[in-house]
Design a protein around this ligand. Structure first.
Ligand SMILES: [Zn+2]
Length: 204
């Protein structure tokens, strides 16, 4: 796995070792500040009081298998909105791949990243029941949620920080379900599919 040279924590200055090249935000193990890669390099967003409940069986650091592929749970972000919250877990697979696992009320969706360079016309204007032009195609918007990052854990491939606003759009195109998450720093597009809880094998 590709590694950065150690990151110097922007808060405490201590080197953070062994950070994978795709990671854009993480908890400093020395000072417990959440740090993220912004436009001007690594920045600290302060020590965040976590309000993350103990989940049923997914936990940071836990390893398992899904569809025969071994992974470790290496990060989590919790997104809250006016009707509740959901968790997104960052899975690092033994084969070098990474995927988001969305957990919403005991239901799971595994997300594959779609090229980030796709252009979206005004994601902030998306409305359920309308179309959104993505990469020149019409996507049918099924849901739009203005969410907020309510908590973070571990290490993540996106430069998120607690309290940040995120626009979450679900859409259907060519019979597949897509999700768009737009925040101040990035826009991420993923294609997802349902995974049954029984399809996970947990090894520890
Ligand atoms: Zn630190």
């Amino acid at each position: 796995m590709a590694l950065h040279s150690p990151i110097s924590c922007p808060s405490c200055g201590v080197a953070i070792e062994s950070v994978s090249a795709h990671i854009r935000s993480l908890l400093c193990p020395h000072c417990d500040n959440w740090v993220y890669l912004g436009n001007n390099g690594w920045a600290a967003s302060g020590s965040f009081e976590h309000a993350l409940d103990a989940p049923t069986f997914i936990q940071l650091g836990r390893s398992g298998k899904v569809e025969g592929r071994a992974f470790v749970v290496s990060g989590r972000t919790r997104l809250s909105y006016d009707r509740g919250y959901w968790d997104e877990w960052w899975l690092e697979f033994e084969d070098g791949q990474h995927q988001w696992l969305e957990e919403d009320d005991g239901r799971y969706r595994l997300h594959d990243a779609v090229a980030d360079s796709i252009e979206i016309d005004n994601p902030q204007d998306a409305r359920p029941g309308e179309t959104l032009v993505v990469g020149g195609d019409n996507w049918f918007v099924t849901e739009c949620i203005r969410a907020q990052v309510a908590g973070t854990e571990g290490a993540l491939p996106a430069a998120v920080f607690p309290g940040e606003q995120v626009m979450c759009i679900d859409a259907i195109a060519q019979g597949q379900k897509y999700s768009i998450e737009a925040s101040g720093h990035d826009v991420h597009i993923t294609r997802s599919r349902v995974i049954a809880g029984d399809d996970f094998e947990w090894s520890s």
